[in-house]
Design a protein around this ligand. Structure first.
Ligand code: SAM
Ligand code: SF4
Length: 354
């Protein structure tokens, strides 16, 4: 049974009309039958705007040191139960070579907020990677100065991923001590001004989150015109202050993903590792609800057990090749193709044409 307001919102989405906040809340509140209709439309819209290709972004988690103390994250500074590591430049480059050999056209360099890697040092790594390998580079290094972001862009970085995590300003400040939503949004604007393809995103199921804040998360990403939206469940980690909080569910994550696809038809949406970590079929299900990206882990096996953001992370004992094959299998199981292109933002492709 579909509520009439639900059918009407879905119809507007099908005609690519701009969805109102009320529409988004209605769609996020989908019941069982409504979810099926929502997922079906999200899959159709994904096909219409983004095709059947799934883009691979190989992620290299090069340092788990972090100066922050986010309440949800296992890498937080005060977590003493984590062996810390930093990869050397040559290790990062070797890892990227392997990712390229396996077939990744994009690598994501991700770390905690680790000042050991100065912008100059990172720029050198980015420059050398771009010189040697035919790869797009996404950075996911957290909050830095505009000058740092500019230097990294000049060195050749293509994209930056900085999730807003939650658009509820009070919750953001509570969960990320010493940082503010405003600062996050300013950075997302800087990144755009500097010419990066910009990714943001949120966690689903954070304590204190409501359907309204989830809708506002999507609206914020629409206003910022982000080109990628990483939407995954919050998974409680016992080594953090939110260890006993209930986690986000796969059902709510899939609904959020599907609604994001309807509201942001041209955005790159990953089937996140966190969705795959809470359910063995999470990746395939996400690919069928609007997702068009996967992020196979390219971190060397030896470091994986120390990049534990949350428990039960998919592929902790895998090699990069095994993670890549696992991602290929999910793509095939979803009846889709592995993309041979970079999966740049559509806006970037258009600006190359004109
Ligand atoms: N330090 C950078 C930052 O915060 O943007 C990048 C690394 S951080 C570990 C990458 C992402 O992990 C965050 O954007 C956050 O959404 C996600 N994350 C952290 N803790 C999580 C948890 N308990 N459950 C799900 N995702 C989590
Ligand atoms: Fe550090 Fe990022 Fe984890 Fe926060 S989410 S503790 S900034 S690694």
């Amino acid at each position: 049974m579909l509520r009439s307001e639900f059918s009407e919102a879905l119809e507007r989405a099908g005609k690519s009309e701009n969805l109102s906040r009320k529409d988004l809340i209605t769609l996020l509140g989908a019941g069982k039958d409504e979810s099926e209709a929502l997922f079906k439309l999200a899959d159709q819209i994904r096909f219409k705007y983004m095709g059947n290709d799934v883009h691979f972004r190989g992620i290299i988690e090069f340092s788990n040191y972090c100066t922050r103390n986010c309440f949800y994250c296992g890498l937080r500074k005060d977590n003493q139960d984590l062996a810390r590591y930093r990869m050397k430049e040559e290790e990062i480059i070797t890892c990227a070579r392997e990712a390229a050999r396996l077939g990744c056209r994009t690598i994501v360099l991700q770390s905690g907020e680790d000042s050991f890697y100065t912008a100059e040092r990172l720029a050198g790594i980015v420059f050398n990677l771009k010189k040697e390998l035919n790869l797009a580079i996404t950075l996911s290094l957290g909050e830095r100065s505009k000058k740092d972001y500019a230097l990294l862009k000049e060195a050749g970085a293509d994209r930056y991923l900085l999730k807003q995590e939650t658009c509820a300003a009070g919750l953001f400040a509570d969960l990320r001590p010493g940082t503010f939503l405003e600062g996050r949004i300013i950075r997302l604007k800087w990144l755009r001004e500097l010419g990066y393809q910009v990714g943001s995103g949120n966690m689903v199921g954070l304590p204190g989150q409501t359907m309204e804040t989830l809708a506002d998360d999507i609206i914020l990403m629409r206003e910022l015109e982000v080109e990628m939206a990483g939407i995954g469940p919050f998974i409680p980690n016992k080594q953090t202050p939110l260890g006993n909080a209930p986690g986000g569910t796969l059902a709510m994550t899939l609904k959020t993903l599907a609604v994001a696809r309807l509201a942001l038809p041209c955005v790159h949406l990953p089937a996140t590792t966190s969705a795959a970590s809470i359910h063995p079929g999470g990746r395939v299900k996400a690919l069928k609800c609007g997702a068009n990206v996967v992020m196979p882990n390219m971190t060397p096996q030896a470091y994986r057990e120390s990049y534990i953001i949350y428990p039960g992370k998919l592929g902790v004992t895998d090699t990069p090749a095994q993670s890549y094959s696992r991602a290929v299998k999910a793509v095939k199981d979803a009846g889709r193709n592995v993309s041979e292109g970079y999966g740049h933002s559509l806006r970037y492709n258009i600006s190359k044409i004109f």
